[in-house]
Design a protein around this ligand. Structure first.
Ligand code: AMP
Length: 403
């Protein structure tokens, strides 16, 4: 692979896989453009070298070929604004209403240095998700070099994220700046973590997070478990959890994890107390009680003040922090204190020199909501990809380039 910042794109057409799978409202306005704005430095570097940029992305989950709702044409105007936000000479942004075929090739061929072309949604072809080699080869013909800047889809072995790399020589394929910083941050946490290393794992389901916990048991010194998934652990230990979330088929798994943690000398921190509610609703009645003594009919929807104190202390003493998943139902104001307090503790630890990586859709939404995104070391743009990376899996999008 080639190093992006060392590569001179002058006179070259760079085929850049991005993740422009941004949320739209019903009037096709972009409600969160993080994924688009995160790729602008990559695009700009290619253009300022004197290269041209051909962007390809998936968008939504179209089932049966082209559909207006899933067209990337809705993003062109905003892309133009983002690319031209810093003033200077206007950079042209073209759109091809197909990602392969005659129109795509013609437009790509006509592209001049300093210009940008966005191709139509890759998933209008089922071959994209199938990882079809012939489709990948057709895409590869559009550019001279291949740049993968789509960490969000790095865990998929799709045509444009992995299979395509084989059609480019080693010095003609590379990570973009976003992908590079995602990979560097993830590697830093997984392979060069300074200790104490605390993993904060939350969210709804134990079953989604078993593999990441198992892998982190080999590396972390402390694992904080919060959110709905904590109650399966608490019940497994003999606690009364009332109507709290519980996966009864995972009780033994929870016990096995607690046992393994003991063997490995990893401290697992479960919430000592909880904010309980008499219904799953924003206007529920609430009380604080021990997390293993929740009475029938009530449910734990956030960690309580004692848990916040203990978790915050562990976090503030850490040198490396990985956070995936909220501590409670933070979408409702009554149950957001735990997640907010944990976010503040992560920000404090970071200010004191810790390296903190936040990933996973809901924890990222939480740090954004509490305006703390710039107070942590790195916010990952790839939820599923990040989870799989920390489960110890090889990500096809990374392997295809690294070889
Ligand atoms: P996940 O997608 O597994 O990371 O779960 C995130 C979701 O878990 C969020 O929508 C939270 O509202 C939800 N959640 C967190 N804590 C709880 C809880 N104690 N009870 C029910 N849902 C929860």
């Amino acid at each position: 692979m080639s190093k992006f910042s060392d590569h001179n794109f002058s006179g070259q057409k760079a085929l850049v896989r991005v993740d422009f799978n941004v949320p739209l409202d019903d009037k096709f306005n972009i409600t969160d453009d993080t994924r688009m704005s995160a790729t602008i430095p990559t695009i700009k570097k290619i253009l300022s070298d004197g290269g041209s940029v051909i962007l390809m992305s998936h968008f939504g989950r179209p089932k049966d070929g082209p559909a207006d709702k899933y067209s990337l044409k809705h993003l062109v105007k905003h892309l133009h604004e983002l690319i031209n936000a810093d003033g200077g000479n206007t950079i042209k942004v073209f759109f091809a209403d197909d990602c392969i075929g005659e129109q795509a090739s013609l437009t790509a061929n006509m592209l001049k240095p300093g210009e940008v072309l966005l191709l139509e949604n890759l998933r209008f072809y089922k071959e994209e998700e199938m990882g079809d080699k012939a489709f990948a080869e057709k895409l590869s013909k559009l550019g001279d070099v291949y740049v993968n800047d789509a960490f969000g889809t790095a865990h998929r072995a799709h045509a444009s994220t992995a299979v395509i790399a084989q059609f480019f020589a080693n010095d003609k394929k590379m990570f973009g700046l976003l992908m590079e910083s995602e990979v560097l941050s993830a590697e830093k946490v997984l392979h060069q973590a300074e200790k104490p290393f605390t993993a904060i794992i939350g969210g709804a389901k134990v079953s989604d997070k078993i593999m990441i916990i198992e892998n982190l048991l080999q590396r972390a010194t402390d694992i904080i478990i919060g959110g709905g998934m904590a109650y399966t652990f608490l019940k497994a230990r003999g606690g009364n959890i009332g109507n709290s979330l519980c996966e009864d088929d995972r009780l033994q798994t929870a016990l096995d994890i607690l046992e393994k943690a003991k063997e490995k000398n990893v401290s697992i921190h479960l919430p000592e107390d909880s904010v309980i509610a008499d219904k799953f609703a924003a206007d529920a009645n609430t009380e604080i009680c021990p997390s293993d003594g929740i009475r029938a009919g009530w449910m734990g929807l956030d960690i309580g003040p004692k848990a916040i104190g203990i978790f915050s202390e562990v976090i503030r003493n850490s040198k490396t922090i990985l956070w995936n998943g909220p501590m409670g139902v933070f979408e409702m104001e009554k149950f957001q204190n735990g997640t907010k307090s944990v976010a503040l503790a992560v920000a404090d630890a970071t200010a004191n020199g810790a390296f903190s990586l936040v990933g996973g859709g809901d924890s990222v939404a939480a740090v954004n909501q509490f305006k703390l995104a710039d107070k942590v070391s790195y916010v990952s743009t790839g939820g599923g990809a990040m989870l799989e990376y920390f489960e110890g899996k090889v990500l096809p999008g990374i392997a295809a380039i690294k070889g």
